[in-house]
Unconditional design. Structure first.
Length: 448
């Protein structure tokens, strides 16, 4: 969030109330409506983001690097729902700041640190998705839980360093506090040019970077879809398609024995595989086919080179009796035919497993991209009005009414309310986990 500056502090000259709300520009009915609406939004924000955090904590299927970034974003949104929304509601309803300079500075520091951390988390998510799509071979090797934790910690620490010291200690740097006792805004934001500069750095630049990254992601995804289509159409039954380059950050390998079980399990195993993100590794598939072909060569060479005195003919005669050439040829042909049939069956099964796996990976990747895209759209829609007003205020300080400032600032907060809805609407696993948590159906949360 950018500036809660003196240009949009609440007008206190039109009050028709007495007592606690003597400075408020709103009537009693309007105050009740504001409190109900703001309180409801705060409650929804808190509940929604707690659900997000609990879902990632209790559902192992949601414990991915992508969702760890969303967990960090939910922490920021939760703080906004608990602290920022309620204090700002008090400020606009009463019509003046009643809690003193220290609480004012602490509130502003928390508000700006958390808001900046949200923006940086969105940037991290965008870069992560971009590298997953454009560097599917090299990037996943470095993409780990530890790396995600370090990036999240860096986002929070950097946000704190950028905003907290300046907000808390600016009055000591310049030699005095110029903010009136009944108002609350950042002192160095009194200059509209400074306010606009921070808007450029905190909103316009990150948004431009994220839009560019998602344009590149969309372009790379369309290219991959066309490449997958060509590769699928040119694949034979006896050759499983190679998709190691297409899996990106969604690849999870399981032992070959499990892969074989999944191949024999039919549609039920296909569903479980897509839910859990499991599938046989390409290298294991190749090793299985190669080992089967080795059996063919070994068996054939054994039949050709082994002494005839140790073979048993198919008609039950004495094993020491040398078989006729015709019988030996029939035995070899029968063994080769059986082995080739086994190779063909296994190749077909592995081909089916590979297709299931590619379909599951593609589905998960689309789901992740769709969720993040929804979050970014919500961010741009809710934060743009306020930052446009900041731009206008730089050139015309009296052009924006106080009511519009309040609505624009609240829209920035509402972004924290909307984010959990984006997760649920775009990700079925999140939605189902939310439902089970709300209905206290904890046993249904455990992945099968």
């Amino acid at each position: 969030m950018d500036a809660l500056n003196s240009s949009h502090t609440t007008n206190t000259s039109s009050s028709s109330n007495t007592g606690l709300f003597s400075g408020s520009p709103y009537t009693t009915v309007e105050i009740v409506i504001i409190i109900l609406v703001a309180g409801s939004l705060s409650l929804i924000t808190v509940i929604g983001n707690i659900l997000v955090m609990l879902s990632i904590k209790v559902n192992r299927n949601l414990q991915t690097v992508n969702n760890y970034f969303l967990f960090s974003l939910a922490c920021a949104d939760l703080i906004i729902g608990i602290c920022s929304m309620n204090l700002y509601t008090v400020y606009i309803v009463i019509g003046y700041w009643p809690l003193g300079a220290v609480v004012c500075d602490l509130w502003l520091a928390v508000d700006y640190v958390v808001s900046n951390a949200s923006v940086m988390n969105l940037l991290i998510i965008s870069f992560d998705r971009y590298f997953c799509v454009t560097k599917p071979l090299s990037y996943p090797a470095h993409r780990s839980t530890k790396m995600a934790g370090l990036m999240i910690a860096a986002a929070w620490v950097l946000s704190f360093i950028l905003w907290a010291p300046a907000i808390l200690f600016w009055q000591f740097i310049v030699g005095g506090r110029t903010v009136p006792p009944d108002e609350c805004y950042i002192q160095f934001f009194s200059n509209p040019v400074v306010t606009f500069g921070t808007a450029i750095a905190a909103f316009y630049l990150p948004v431009a970077i994220m839009i560019h990254l998602y344009w590149r992601i969309s372009k790379a995804s369309r290219s991959r879809v066309r490449r997958d289509s060509r590769k699928t159409s040119g694949t034979s039954l006896a050759e499983a398609p190679s998709n190691s380059q297409e899996e990106g950050c969604e690849n999870n390998c399981v032992p070959s024995k499990q892969a074989q079980t999944e191949a024999r399990g039919g549609k039920k195993k296909e569903t479980l595989q897509q839910q859990n993100g499991s599938g046989p590794c390409k290298e294991e598939q190749v090793d299985q086919v190669d080992s089967t072909l080795d059996i063919v060569h070994a068996s054939t060479s054994k039949d050709t080179a082994a002494p005839t005195s140790f073979r048993k003919s198919s008609n039950g005669k004495n094993p020491t009796q040398p078989p006729s050439p015709q019988t030996s040829a029939v035995d070899r042909q029968s063994m080769v035919a059986r082995t080739l049939l086994m190779v063909t069956k296994r190749a077909v099964s592995e081909n089916v497993v590979a297709k299931w796996r590619r379909k599951g990976n593609s589905s998960r990747e689309r789901k992740v991209t769709r969720t993040i895209m929804a979050i970014l759209v919500a961010f741009v829609v809710t934060w743009t009005p306020y930052n446009v007003m900041v731009l206008i205020n730089t050139f015309c300080s009296i052009c924006i009414p106080n009511t519009l400032w309040t609505i624009g600032y609240w829209l920035c907060y509402i972004n924290s309310t909307v984010n959990p809805a984006c997760y649920a609407l775009c990700n079925t696993t999140f939605k189902n986990t939310f439902k089970h948590l709300l209905l206290c159906q904890y046993k249904n949360i455990r992945p099968r």
